[in-house]
Design a protein around this ligand. Structure first.
Ligand code: PLP
Length: 451
């Protein structure tokens, strides 16, 4: 049990803060890391301890924690015009400029953008858009949303219903009409003797079957992360998006790419959809959109959906939806700068160049007998711990091996994320080779200590 001095930061955190997404036994034992500031990929706690954050905050701090240009972009806009919405016929110049930029960097030849404060709200907004559109076009029954088990799409009632994680049962979720298909994880879900191509074909057939069973005219859309992030970094099996999209097109169902994690460089391309060579009907963006320097999300509609949305809105003369801070000018100014930094200051190039080094370093560590699988792409990787490598037998969930690995890493001054039985590494794009080696060294030492 930790025994922090009364009135210390840690004691006050325990007394006054409710923790979300936190393993409470760990906090009870170890206390809270109360963070004061950051430098590059490092954060510092109230005791002056330094940690390399291979979690990039929460996937998002891709330019590190003290990027001067991003802070200056925010300050300049706070000085010029600190806050506004994007409604009632008014919109800040920054909101207009960002919308134009987002459409230009999207894979779409034309499109339109709607802003939120988070990725969850962007997924919520997307679902409301599809419901709005289908009612306006005379298909009020087309409400069901298809996603995958283990996929993560957020925490609002709708986006948590899209999320395919059992922990949402504590809220009585998912809501009716949110259907979860098989997780596209070949290593875990593939059957004995089944090739990767056969696995993909099975998942496409499953999708086809679900659509036939439910009725294509009852389904509003299929939403998927190009690489599942919070599901434990699960890249799709070979040909997956091509096979899935062929089924969806045959039934006239839109494919939405949730690029909250993958978007803006994490996979080594600007969009995960580009990495996996498919053309979605809409994109959900957040996190890297502002490099974590402002809370913001966006729905980017491709040509078909934006034309139809515009026609539906024209008909009703209003889309009654939006958040007080939708299109916040400071957020938009920061996003404009973040996109510039990621694309034009070489951040995305560094992911592309650094990915083979990351894979090679982690492959060495993955030689450990209790690591069953190393998987990932770009700067998003996971090592899955197993009791028995040959049979892929997991550790009992109660043992929470990944939690112990992550806690030991924290002791060594490395932040990484336990997810299920996996440990996830998704460092900032600015990581130098020496910092990457530091990450490998600390992770290796932690693994040797735990096993
Ligand atoms: N979609 C994906 C793929 C995510 O990874 C996340 C968050 O991690 C979300 C949506 C939700 O975003 P937020 O936490 O900003 O609500």
């Amino acid at each position: 049990m930790n025994d922090h001095a009364p009135n210390s930061w840690e004691a006050r955190a325990a007394q006054y803060a409710l923790y979300g997404f936190t393993d409470l036994p760990s906090v009870r034992d170890r206390g809270t890391v109360v963070v004061t500031h950051g430098e590059g990929p490092y954060i510092f706690d109230t005791n002056g301890k330094k940690y390399l954050d291979s979690n990039s905050g929460l996937w998002n701090m891709v330019a590190g924690f003290d990027h001067k240009g991003l802070a200056e972009a925010a300050k300049a806009q706070y000085d010029r015009f600190p806050g506004y919405h994007a409604f009632f016929g008014r919109m800040s110049d920054q909101t207009v400029a960002l919308s134009e930029t987002l459409v230009n960097v999207s894979p779409f030849p034309r499109g339109k953008v709607f802003y939120t404060n988070s990725g969850s709200e962007a997924n919520d907004t997307l679902v409301k858009m599809l419901w709005f559109l289908n009612r306006a076009e005379g298909r009020p029954q087309a409400t069901k949303i298809l996603t995958r088990k283990n996929g993560y799409h957020g925490v609002t009632a709708v986006s948590a219903s899209m999320t395919g994680k059992p922990y949402n049962e504590v809220f009585g979720l998912p809501l009716d009409g949110f259907l979860h298909l098989t997780c596209p994880h070949y290593w875990r879900e593939g059957r004995d003797g089944e090739s990767e191509a056969e696995f993909t074909a099975r998942l496409a057939a499953e999708l086809d079957g679900v659509i036939d069973r439910e009725g294509a005219d009852t389904i509003a859309g299929f939403v998927a992360e190009p690489v599942m992030g919070a599901g434990g970094v699960i890249p799709p099996p070979e040909g997956y998006f091509q096979a899935v999209q062929a089924v969806l097109r045959r039934h006239g169902i839109p494919l939405i790419s949730d690029e909250v994690i993958c978007g803006f460089g994490r996979t080594g391309e600007i969009w995960g959809a580009l990495t996996y060579d498919f053309m979605p009907d809409a994109i959900i963006s957040s996190k890297n959109l502002t490099a974590g320097y402002f809370p913001m999300g966006a729905v980017i509609l491709g040509p078909d959906l934006s034309d139809r949305m515009q026609a539906a809105i024209d008909e009703i003369e209003e889309f009654p939806h939006g958040f007080t801070a939708s299109g916040h000018p400071v957020g938009c100014a920061v996003a404009l700068k973040a996109i510039d930094v990621i694309l034009n200051e070489g951040l995305m190039d560094r992911v592309r160049e650094g990915a083979p080094r990351m894979q090679a370093g982690l492959s060495e560590i993955a030689g450990h007998p209790n690591i069953g699988e190393l998987r990932g792409i770009g700067y998003m990787w996971a090592l899955e711990a197993v009791r028995d490598r040959d049979t892929k037998t997991p550790f009992e969930a109660a043992l929470s091996v990944s939690e112990r690995i992550a806690n030991t890493c924290t002791d060594h001054g490395l932040i990484c994320r336990p997810l299920g039985q996996s440990v996830v590494l998704c460092p900032p794009f600015i990581l130098t080779d020496a910092q990457m080696d530091e990450m490998f060294g600390k992770l290796d030492a932690a693994l040797k200590q735990v096993f």
